[in-house]
Design a protein around this ligand. Structure first.
Ligand code: NAD
Ligand code: UD1
Length: 336
């Protein structure tokens, strides 16, 4: 089956491309390289030995997307394309709403025109806002604290409404927790622009000597060691969830939401200590004030994905720390 991956040259898309090929699917990528580069796709081809067609286009561009659908018989779409920096979304919200919403609307229109009925969407645990309690279950209240989060929640609504109105349409909403790690080959991985905002890329850049010290944002949260707790998930496990989601979408109708996490919460200091131990490296750090907008604890109850999709995270924290460093060590400047 041919599967369209919008944003397929990005961090999660490139890893999913590898896993789809491993499972016998034929991925096609549509990406405007806003936050990625052709080299990532070359590396996917190198890992798999399979060539991956790429359409360099803006997924919001109806004519370009329509033409691509005319040239391919897609069985399903995985919609990764989107802007994802929380801080930036507060500075340029209109660009985030325009890009993240328009891409979905265009895709739904073109899918309808061409009779493509399966879509898997990259949502985020950010839609739970400030959780009342953890672990998070899919039916718990949602609400967002920044424009990026709202684009995710609005897309969930748009996709659910579209499937309510069209009995042929199948929508799978995957709420990712905190993806880290890289393919074990060390050939593809996360390649952030500028100084990383997220914890693991910051740690790996301190380890590589590109940044001096890690700032730990707050040690006075109501958590076991006072630092923030998150559900870190290996990007290869996350990629495999998409393979399961495609099969599920193809055999069901309507909308389903799944948490994609491990179900385990680790604190910032757990991550720093595990990284140092696994890689035998020192990560100097300072305790800093809390980061605005951060929550104390966020981790999934992933039972629904375990039972319904038949998916479970297999990799552990050691794998995540080892593979994150393997990617950084072998690609000091990312794909550049
Ligand atoms: P990424 O930035 O590496 O990948 C996104 C890709 O989409 C990039 O290749 C970018 O060039 C492309 N893109 C953006 N707008 C486009 C457009 N209009 N047309 C064509 N291509 C476009 O991000 P990622 O980490 O791989 O995330 C993939 C998806 O998962 C995003 O929707 C993101 O919001 C979501 N998500 C990511 C995380 C995370 O921590 N990485 C967590 C939860 C959800
Ligand atoms: C952030 C986003 C979230 C997004 C996720 C994955 C915010 C408020 N949320 O989540 O929407 O889905 O990234 O891309 O930005 N930390 C430090 N020092 C650092 C960096 C982070 O101590 O230099 C801490 C944070 O305070 C947090 C934990 O590490 O407790 C994880 O942070 P991060 O990787 O940025 O992810 P989230 O904040 O969970």
């Amino acid at each position: 089956m041919k599967v369209l991956l919008t944003g397929g040259a990005g961090y999660i898309g490139s890893h999913t491309c590898v896993e789809l090929i491993n499972a016998g699917y034929s991925p096609v990528i549509a990406d405007n390289y806003d936050n990625s580069c052709p080299e990532a796709v070359k590396r996917v081809e190198e890992i798999t030995g399979v060539s991956v067609p790429v359409y360099e286009l803006d997924v919001a561009d109806f004519d370009a997307v329509d033409k691509m659908f005319s040239e391919n018989d897609f069985g399903a779409v995985i919609h990764f394309a989107g802007l994802k920096a929380v801080g930036e979304s507060c500075e340029i919200p209109i660009r985030y709403y325009r890009n993240n919403i328009d891409t979905t609307l265009t895709l739904l229109e073109v899918m309808k025109k061409h009779g493509v009925n399966n879509i898997v969407f990259s949502s985020s645990a950010t839609v739970y806002g400030v959780p009342e309690k953890v672990p998070l279950v899919e039916g718990m209240p949602t609400g967002c604290t920044n424009p990026y989060g709202w684009t995710k929640l609005m897309n969930e609504q748009i996709l659910s409404d579209a499937s309510n109105a069209d009995s042929e349409l199948s929508v799978v909403l995957l709420r990712y927790f905190n993806p880290i790690g890289a393919h074990e080959s060390g050939r593809i991985g996360e390649d952030p622009n500028g100084i990383p905002n997220n914890l693991m890329p910051y740690i790996t850049q301190v380890a590589a000597g590109k940044l001096e010290r890690l700032g730990v944002f707050g040690n006075d949260y109501p958590t076991p060691d006072g630092t923030g707790v998150r559900d870190y998930i290996h990007v290869v496990d996350l990629a495999k969830a998409h393979v399961k989601a495609i099969a599920y979408a193809d055999s069901h109708k309507g909308t389903e939401i799944f948490n994609i996490g491990t179900g385990k919460g680790y604190s910032v200091l757990d991550i720093v200590n595990a990284f140092m131990k696994v890689n035998n490296l020192d990560i100097p750090y300072d305790i800093k004030p809390r980061r605005a907008g951060d929550i104390a604890e966020c981790y999934a109850n992933p039972e629904k994905a375990n039972k319904v999709l038949g998916w479970k995270a297999e990799k552990n924290l050691e794998d995540m720390c080892r593979d994150s460093w393997n990617w950084q060590k072998n690609n000091k400047n990312g794909y550049k």
